[in-house]
Write a protein that binds this ligand. Structure first.
Ligand code: ATP
Length: 243
């Protein structure tokens, strides 16, 4: 089998906000074509790390490389799709107008734009609500629209911060199916989550606690190494909690 190319390389990354060190010497490679889950409790540093990968923030120490280029880099913007934890949508516009606005930013025009808008809305099951104002969307619908926007320009790397928060289990399942279809097309996905059953669907996981990467491996490896039945249990063992 061909060795997969490294897509994301995090090298000795630390981040402090004032005196508060939020990321502590993180080293991690993520390969092309994998679904990589960043798992950790609230406040562990997941958002801080993915924001850096998306080019929205910079480390205090160390470097992040995407496609062998140091971030932040404007060259890479078109190759990345980023879905933030809080939805960055124009509430006073319809979903369609939001999609058109972001399409223009990515240089998608005319027939191609119309086609992509249709495809992504179909994927997140919002086609029937495309003309509604975003202010009339529910929280879960806004999440799905944000995901649709992140997918518009068919990025090679998707960075998704808690993509399924507020989404019901049936739809969550179809969204995870969409993730594995994207992976099958050769895309790379980085997904932050604190939902343990989602963690099991990732190819590999990075466990983050108090800004430290405490373990990396496939869900099976992590469970085996800790003699655990669930990822939740494995997480606790890696975090030093007595069972
Ligand atoms: N701009 C900022 N200024 C000061 N502190 C910050 C800033 N951004 C994040 N933090 C702090 O960094 C820590 C990590 O936050 P982060 O959002 O990365 O965690 P998280 O793992 O994504 O948590 P959650 O799942 O709740 O989003 C928290 O203590 C947070 O308060």
């Amino acid at each position: 089998m061909k060795e997969s190319e490294v897509c994301v390389s995090i090298k000795n990354v630390s981040k402090s906000f004032g005196k508060h060190q939020v990321l502590k010497d993180i080293n991690l490679d993520i390969n092309e074509g994998e679904i990589f889950g960043l798992l950790g409790p609230s406040g562990a540093g997941k958002t801080t790390l993915v924001k850096e990968l998306a080019g929205l923030d910079e480390p205090s120490k160390g470097e992040n490389y995407l496609f062998h280029e140091k971030m932040p880099s404007l060259n890479l913007i078109k190759r990345i799709g980023y879905m933030a934890q809080s939805d960055a949508l124009y509430e006073e516009l319809s979903a369609k107008e939001n999609l058109q606005f972001f399409s223009e930013l990515y240089g998608l025009k005319g027939q191609k734009q119309a086609q992509r808008i249709e495809e992504v809305m179909e994927l997140v099951k919002l086609s029937g609500d495309i003309t509604k104002l975003v202010s009339n969307y529910s929280g879960g619908m806004k999440r799905r629209l944000s995901l649709a926007i992140a997918l518009l320009h068919e990025p090679e790397l998707l960075i998704l911060d808690e993509p399924t928060v507020g989404i019901d289990p049936v739809l969550r399942k179809s969204i995870w199916k969409a993730f594995s279809d994207l992976k099958a097309q050769g895309k790379t996905l980085i997904v932050t989550t604190h939902v343990m059953d989602e963690a099991d669907k990732c190819d590999r996981l990075g466990l983050i606690r108090d800004g430290k990467l405490i373990a990396v491996g496939t869900p099976e490896e992590l469970k085996k190494q800790t003699n655990s039945v669930t990822i939740e249990e494995a997480f606790l063992v890696f975090g030093g909690v007595e069972r």
